[in-house]
Design a protein around this ligand. Structure first.
Ligand code: SAH
Length: 495
């Protein structure tokens, strides 16, 4: 069941609570917090409820529940320990289309009361739709510790300055930037320290000195290989501050999901042989948005400076006087190696690692094959899926042993990660047999053999023996996609 969340304004609105015990008392306390006009219907009340009645904050009806009372209330809470009574109240409320909450009975309730993190006027409500209340509660506890109590004061301060901020900074983008510095900078710190006067003063000063015209800039951000957990904190911040995001096709949906909701997302995907947007087109877009005063995030898979043409984009920005920053990302070679259990260097097997790209025949011609074929080094080959046959032939031709192990990692760090292993002699054959497709990265070198024993993420490597698979299964702690017996069998057949 998926519920529709809403926050109700109950101030000076009549609400009926049926029941006078401890649970009813909790409900009444929350309702009084929202300034509702509460009537409690129960023969006896808890001492606290009696006190509230005595103070005139709550009305009390000790007589038997009467259907007609429902006609003058906005909401009803049934909090008796008598299930029949609760059912009756819920049914009668339903007939009148009045929202009713039956305590601890999701099925009878037409509204649920969420777990709340209260930083009034800021409220965070958490609901599991009645399915997993313990989880909702746990989440609330986490949020309670995460969110400072001064947040409420921050919201109040922002409300107080809102009209002045609007008048001083009519441009939306500038206003948003100002609010962000307000919420994360010195003003927030002063409030955390319990100095509201100084905080207000600092906010007023900031408002007086902020330039009212927008200043555009570009942040070149590495999005990593796909798993959003591999983003840097800086990348996350840039994504949260962006007005426009120009992203490659390679950037995962999960990463884009973390960006500011109303940031404009433009895919400028480039695929081998199928360039949606030319590099010149990307440059033009960067310029256009930055000159309009927007904060542009140029989001690239992996690291922007590793086979990402990030350098060319910076040169262009520099030539046009657009300010920029660069946030590095985890490049595919590093991520794929980690997620396949392959150390790129190893004291016994590899003293160096080379990042190579092999995206087309002509790029292969420019490579130094003698150097690449040397032993005791690891090759990490980007964009090479189409050129594996040529790669295999040239490396063997230049003296690399045909028995050198390889691992091809497809969709590294993502839910569908596949690792195909073998030796240089059967590289092309095994890749075609398993129809390895882009994005995939080739790791070639003695270290690649370690995937058999050190793999920990996703399915076991294809190419492993039954014995290897058992050993990997026994070792793994962190199972993202636990291999079902059927998968294991098919992996053995395929491998
Ligand atoms: N700047 C990127 C590389 C761009 S080139 C980086 O630093 O990672 C694109 C190539 O990167 C792909 O063809 C593939 O070889 C590799 N690649 C990127 N993401 C990958 C992933 N999740 N799994 C496997 N290979 C990946």
């Amino acid at each position: 069941m998926k519920l529709y969340p809403l926050f109700a304004d109950l101030s000076h609105r009549a609400v009926l609570v049926v029941g006078g015990g401890a649970v009813a008392e909790r409900k009444v306390a929350a309702l009084l917090g929202a300034q509702a006009q509460v009537t409690v219907n129960a023969p006896t009340l808890t001492p606290q409820l009696r006190r509230w009645v005595g103070e005139g904050r709550v009305a009390h009806r000790a007589d038997a529940f009467q259907e007609g009372w429902l006609d003058r209330v906005w909401l009803v809470v049934a909090a008796t320990s008598d299930r029949e009574m609760n059912t009756l109240v819920a049914t009668l409320a339903g007939l009148r289309r009045i929202f009713v909450n039956v305590v601890d009975d999701a099925a009878l309730s037409s509204f649920h009361v969420p777990a709340v993190v209260d930083r009034a006027p800021l409220m965070i409500a958490i609901s599991s739709g009645g399915e997993a209340p313990m989880l909702a509660r746990l989440l609330r506890e986490r949020l309670e510790t995460l969110l400072d109590h001064s947040l409420g004061a921050l919201a109040t301060l922002a409300a107080r300055l809102r009209h002045r901020i609007r008048a001083r900074l009519p441009d939306m983008a500038v206003r948003r930037q100002f609010y962000e510095t307000l919420f994360t900078g010195q003003v927030a710190t002063l409030l955390r320290r319990g100095q509201p006067k100084q905080a207000l003063h600092a906010a007023e000063q900031a408002l007086a000195s902020v330039p009212s015209a927008p200043t555009g800039a570009v942040v070149l951000v590495g999005a990593g290989p796909g798993d959003p957990g591999l983003l840097t904190l800086r990348a996350l911040r840039a994504l949260n501050e962006a007005d426009v995001i120009l992203h490659d096709r390679l950037v995962s949906a999960e990463v884009l999901e973390l960006a500011r909701r109303d940031a404009e997302r433009i895919e400028v995907g480039k695929q081998a042989g199928n360039h949606h947007t030319t590099q010149d087109g990307i440059h033009a877009l960067l310029l256009e948005h930055a000159r309009a005063g927007r904060r542009v995030v140029r989001l690239k898979g992996g690291d922007p400076f590793v086979f990402g043409r990030g350098g060319e984009e910076l040169e262009f920005l520099r030539a046009h006087g657009i300010p920029y920053e660069v946030v590095p990302g985890i490049t595919a070679a590093v991520a794929c190696a980690a997620y396949a259990g392959i150390p790129l260097t190893h004291r016994e097997h590899a003293q160096s690692v080379r990042f190579v790209t092999a995206h087309c025949r002509s790029s292969l011609d420019t490579l130094d094959w003698v150097a690449l074929a040397r032993e005791r080094q690891t090759l990490a080959v980007y964009m090479g899926v189409g050129e594996l046959a040529a790669l295999q032939a040239r490396l063997i031709e230049h003296g690399r042993a045909a028995t050198t192990p390889f691992a091809l990692i497809e969709n590294g760090s993502r839910a569908g990660q596949r690792v195909v292993t073998g030796t240089l002699a059967n590289l092309h054959e095994r890749a075609s047999a398993h129809a390895v497709a882009s994005p995939a990265l080739l790791i070639l070198g003695e270290v690649a053999a370690l995937a058999q024993s050190l793999a920990w993420f996703g399915q076991p490597p294809l190419g492993a023996t039954v014995h290897d698979i058992r050993r990997v299964a026994a070792n793994r702690r962190h199972v993202i996609l636990p291999p079902a017996p059927a998968d294991l069998l098919s992996a053995i057949h395929r491998g």
